[in-house]
Design a binder for this molecule. Structure first.
Ligand SMILES: NC(=O)c1ccc[n+]([C@@H]2O[C@H](COP(=O)([O-])OP(=O)(O)OC[C@H]3O[C@@H](n4cnc5c(N)ncnc54)[C@H](OP(=O)(O)O)[C@@H]3O)[C@@H](O)[C@H]2O)c1
Length: 276
């Protein structure tokens, strides 16, 4: 159960993964990402989610060193970008990411998108990185059920995580149920609808009852559903308030109201139809 900032979810290989972390998509390398990551670590965030394509792994690594937080006390996720998919190119991309981050081993390495004709070869490289102990867990992002079914046909190691767009307007119940059945942990990206749901009237009204913001309601809905969540912010006040969700509980009626907001609306690309 994710009942505090430090609580973890056990992945299918036994690795504990924090239920809550900071996302850094669109956060500029250098001062901006260093400030965001340092603010999050100071606020007790146990996890940072970056990716090669975010081009800020160097700053994330710098922030980790500056923070003085022990390597083992922070869970780091990064991802192989589409252009680097394939066996050898994934191994090379991994080395580049580790160099930029200034670490030897990553906690979770993910395939960023299900690039057609490539992701199975990529997965073989991910399996090698896992077996070599360079990645403590491996997984995917943006995989629909049919992508996972396809991957599982040849995979030696099951993905530990599927990181997918998930928020009240895209609740992903069928994919969540499939992942649960397969022992794949679901992680919500764009949990605030990439910022688009911050002023949603229903979420704001629910929040008012508890003295909480719409953002806190969305993040609380994630953790009450045992969904790992990684909100992004570059503002220290938001970073702190987003983590302040472990001192209230949404009632079953409010959970139902949030569940009813689903309209299968994406703020990002559809994994069945992307051109990057
Ligand atoms: N695997 C993938 O393909 C994929 C795709 C997208 C995202 N992700 C991951 O998921 C993370 C989160 O998703 P996201 O970056 O799309 O967006 P998000 O976390 O849903 O929303 C971020 C936006 O909300 C604003 N915000 C955050 N907290 C707020 C608060 N308390 N009050 C008001 N505004 C607030 C932020 O602005 P301020 O900075 O001003 O607070 C920012 O504009 C990413 O950073 C990335 O790590 C992964």
């Amino acid at each position: 159960m994710i009942q505090s900032l430090k609580d973890t979810v056990k992945l299918n290989n036994g690795l504990p993964m924090p239920g809550f972390g900071l996302g850094v998509w669109k956060v500029k390398d250098g001062e901006e990402v260093i400030h965001s990551v340092r603010s999050a670590l100071a606020a007790g965030y146990p996890m940072i989610d970056t990716a090669a394509i975010y081009r800020n792994e160097t700053g994330v690594g710098e922030a980790l060193r500056q923070s003085g937080v022990k390597r083992d006390d922070v869970f780091i996720t990064t991802k192989v970008w589409n252009a680097d998919q394939g066996y050898e190119s994934t191994l090379a991309a991994f080395d580049t990411s580790m160099k930029k981050l200034g670490i030897e081993t990553v906690d979770l390495y993910l395939i960023h998108w299900p690039t057609a004709g490539k992701y199975k070869e990529t997965w073989k490289a991910m399996e090698k990185l896992y077996k070599d102990g360079r990645a403590r867990a491996i997984g995917v992002c943006n995989f629909h059920e049919h992508h996972l079914e396809d991957l599982l046909q040849d995979a030696e190691i099951k993905p530990a995580v599927d990181q997918i767009e998930l928020h009240p307007l895209l609740s992903q119940v069928p994919l969540r149920n499939y992942c649960y059945k397969e022992g794949i942990t679901v992680e919500a990206y764009s949990p605030l609808g990439s910022g688009g749901l911050i002023n949603h009237p229903t979420l704001k009204a629910i929040g008012e009852k508890y003295g909480k913001t719409a953002a806190q309601v969305m993040l609380r809905w994630d953790v009450q559903n045992e969904i790992i969540t990684i909100p992004r912010s570059t503002q220290e006040a938001h970073i702190i308030s987003n983590a302040d969700i472990f001192n209230f509980e949404l009632s079953p009626e409010d959970i139902d109201k949030i569940d009813a907001l689903n309209e299968d609306k994406r703020f990002g690309a559809d994994p069945d139809n992307f051109n990057f």
